[in-house]
Ligand binder design. Structure first.
Ligand SMILES: Nc1ncnc2c1ncn2[C@@H]1O[C@H](COP(=O)(O)OP(=O)(O)OP(=O)(O)O)[C@@H](O)[C@H]1O
Ligand SMILES: Cc1ncsc1CCO
Ligand SMILES: [Mg+2]
Length: 260
């Protein structure tokens, strides 16, 4: 079986994050705990230099502005040219201004992966899934949304929720471990998107990478739940970092993936 975590820890891939302004520390730590090397970017003057040493870039539209959009286009184009994976986190894309921004971004940049909740992934599939701001309100399992989104965008989709759905439009998998405290902690989704980038940086196959990312985060989420209990979301977050740091390929390869 694949030794992806070992490969991450041996290579320490540089994962460049255009994070939102709410959760950059969570995102940087998630990459670091797994064994990657996070790098945050603000100045357009540094964009080319950063992308040229990166193995993956994450574009998170959570607190997008006109300046941020321009930076995302610059970084995304350079990453496409270099052939390194671009991961999009389409935070609350159903809202008007950011949907306009995303259309402009998508016209300039190819996304290799899109990681979002069901409501956000529904936007790409032209399927209405209830949501409010950063949250999805519908947690029923429908793998066809991720499949449609993958076919519409050419990206590998990771739709997170009670169950995580991974699809490139042809191959589709479901990972069903999770802990409700992940949904309470703001930024768990942003962390997961950065985890996709960390696996994508070292993987040969995008579906394998997205499945591994979902599995790694879910298993760490479960382990953190066992450690912290059900009513300590703050303690849970610290335990989640510990669990990501302690996770091994043996754990990862023992996880159950349902292929559809
Ligand atoms: N109700 C739930 N029960 C268990 N796990 C969940 C639940 N909702 C989400 N998760 C898990 O939480 C993590 C974050 O996914 P979520 O779908 O909440 O992303 P998000 O909405 O983008 O979050 P955020 O905006 O806070 O970053 C994923 O690992 C997901 O599987
Ligand atoms: C709360 C919040 N608002 C915009 S981005 C963000 C973090 C979750 O993605
Ligand atoms: Mg989110």
């Amino acid at each position: 079986m694949m030794q992806m975590i070992e490969k991450i820890r041996a290579n320490q891939p540089v994962v460049v994050n255009l994070a939102n302004s709410v959760t950059p520390q969570h995102v940087a730590d998630a990459v670091s705990m797994l064994g990657g090397s996070p790098l945050m970017l603000e100045a357009p003057q540094e964009a080319d230099e950063f992308v040229d040493i990166a193995q993956a870039v994450i574009l998170n539209i959570g607190t997008i502005t006109q300046e941020r959009l321009a930076l995302m286009i610059k970084v995304g184009k350079r990453a496409n040219e270099r052939g390194i994976p671009v991961i999009l986190d389409p935070v609350a894309v159903g809202m008007a201004y950011r949907s306009t921004c995303l259309k402009e971004l998508a016209a300039a940049v190819h996304f290799d992966y899109i990681r979002g909740n069901a409501s956000e992934i529904g936007w790409f599939a032209d399927v209405d899934v209830a949501g409010k701001g950063i949250d999805a309100l519908d947690q029923s399992l429908d793998v066809s949304i991720a499949q449609k989104a993958a076919l519409a965008t050419g990206a590998t989709i990771l739709q997170s929720g009670v169950q995580d759905v991974i699809s490139d439009g042809t191959k589709t998998a479901v990972v069903s471990y999770d802990n409700p405290l992940l949904a309470v902690n703001v930024g768990a989704g942003d962390m997961l998107s950065a985890v996709v980038g960390t696996f994508g940086a070292i993987a040969d196959d995008s579906v394998d990478a997205a499945v591994a990312a979902a599995m790694a985060f879910s298993l760490a989420g479960n382990q953190a739940g066992a450690q912290a209990g059900i009513d300590r979301p703050g303690t849970y977050m610290a335990a989640l970092y510990d669990a990501l740091y302690q996770l091994t390929d043996v754990d990862l390869n023992a996880g159950v993936v349902a292929w559809h």
